[in-house]
Design a protein around this ligand. Structure first.
Ligand SMILES: *Cc1c(COP(=O)(O)O)cnc(C)c1O
Length: 397
């Protein structure tokens, strides 16, 4: 998945152009910039690639989630349904607006279980936020049907699955709003950065204003612009956007490499009895950012993970015990630890996660091992890796 592996002349040239103009900010300074609008160009390129009307770049993927929610009018006390397996940015963005993260179980897709989502809907629910973890997607068809039935927003977190598709359209474009991260470990990177994509021009306009202090961006004098509503600063810099502009031109080449490396590894594990693979919903094609597989039980998965690391295979993860990505280690959320006082809506509305039963999620995550697919490997390295994996796993089953 990491775009940082393949970084070179195109990225350097784009950054140099920005340095040469000296305009490091995305807005204003029209006279000085010599026609360089890297953030705007990247927004156009992203909208074209993702087949949507609008893209808005932001300072991070976490900012993208926050701005997406804010742009759709989500605020204090609103409930947002999210999975137990995700990056911490999911609940951070929800809490940033005083809204309530409602955790629900995942299934063998390693993403939201639509039945668990339906059971969690209350009259305060406003959003369903599937997170397409580790290169593959939630059952978007089922989730969209639920959202239409209950009048909810479908917000896709596609940060880890850029380039995957569902029913022929890019992940992130199927729901009402999609979010991407361009941090340093994502498939393409800006160093730090993120984006939302949408076909809804109201959400887009709100995102454009909200992410820049509420500026309406009308006219040529930034100082004279009016502020239709309160905003914040979630802007990306021109330097970061320049890196991303070079990277998005390479996205399809990166995806082809990912698929090639993934396929070699998967073909080596496929014949091993006892290894099964994460389910990709019908109509979906992964981005191939990770190879995710199940072992028969938790003990075997732990042992297999340990032995893969011992065999020198880095970038293999056992999320069940990982600090960042699974609810079992989110003590700070469960115990509502914050520097200052949380909004009253959060203090009163956050479910008591100490008592929550996520045994269905545990059933899948306890058995899951995920291996990151790197772009920088040679084919020989991938083949060797595949052989070591098969040789390490097979005797343990
Ligand atoms: C990386 C990531 C984010 C947040 O991105 P940042 O750019 O690091 O803030 C959000 N969701 C998921 C699933 C991610 O992997």
């Amino acid at each position: 998945m990491p775009g940082f592996e393949l970084f070179g002349d195109q990225e350097r040239a784009a950054v140099q152009e920005v340095l040469d103009t000296g305009v490091l900010m995305r807005y204003g300074f029209d006279g000085m910039r010599n026609g360089h609008w890297k953030a705007k160009e990247l927004e156009t390129a992203l909208a074209v690639r993702m087949q949507v009307k609008h893209a808005q770049l932001l300072s991070s993927g976490t900012a993208a989630l926050t701005v997406a929610l804010a742009s759709a009018g989500i605020g204090a006390g609103d409930e947002v349904i999210m999975p137990t397996f995700t990056f911490v940015a999911s609940f951070e963005s929800i809490l940033a607006l005083g809204a309530i993260p409602v955790l629900v179980d995942i299934d063998d897709t390693l993403t939201l279980d639509p039945r668990a989502v339906e059971n969690a809907i209350t009259e305060r629910t406003k959003v369903v936020m599937p997170v397409h973890m580790c290169g593959s997607m939630a059952d978007l068809k089922a989730l969209k049907a639920l959202c239409e039935k209950h009048g909810l927003l479908l917000l896709e977190d596609a940060c880890q699955a850029i380039g995957g598709t569902f029913e022929g359209v890019p992940l992130g474009s199927y729901g009402d709003i999609g979010c991407f991260s361009f941090d340093y470990v994502k498939t393409i990177t800006c160093g730090e950065g993120g984006a939302i994509i949408t076909n809804n021009s109201v959400y887009h306009k709100n995102a454009d204003h909200f992410s820049d202090h509420g500026h309406d961006h009308i006219g040529l004098d930034r100082g004279a612009e009016s502020h239709p509503f309160l905003g914040y600063n979630y802007r990306i810099s021109e330097l970061n956007a320049a890196v991303g502009l070079a990277q998005i031109m390479r996205l399809d080449a990166f995806l082809a490499l990912q698929k090639k490396h993934y396929t070699i590894l998967r073909d080596a594990l496929e014949p091993i009895e006892g290894v099964t693979f994460r389910r990709v919903p019908e109509g979906g094609e992964e981005s191939y950012a990770f190879l995710n597989f199940f072992l028969p039980d938790e003990g075997t998965a732990k042992a297999v993970h340990r032995s893969l690391i011992a065999a020198g295979l880095d970038a293999c993860f056992y999320w069940y015990d990982n600090n960042w990505h699974y609810y079992r280690k989110w003590d700070h959320l469960v115990e509502k630890k914050s520097l200052g006082k949380l909004p009253i809506e959060v203090r009163e509305g956050l479910p008591d996660y100490k008592r929550a039963d996520f045994s269905k999620s545990d059933h899948w995550m306890g058995r899951t091992v995920s291996c990151l697919i790197k772009l920088g490997w040679t084919v020989e390295e991938v083949r060797e890796r595949a052989a070591i994996m098969a040789k390490t796993i097979e005797p343990q089953l």
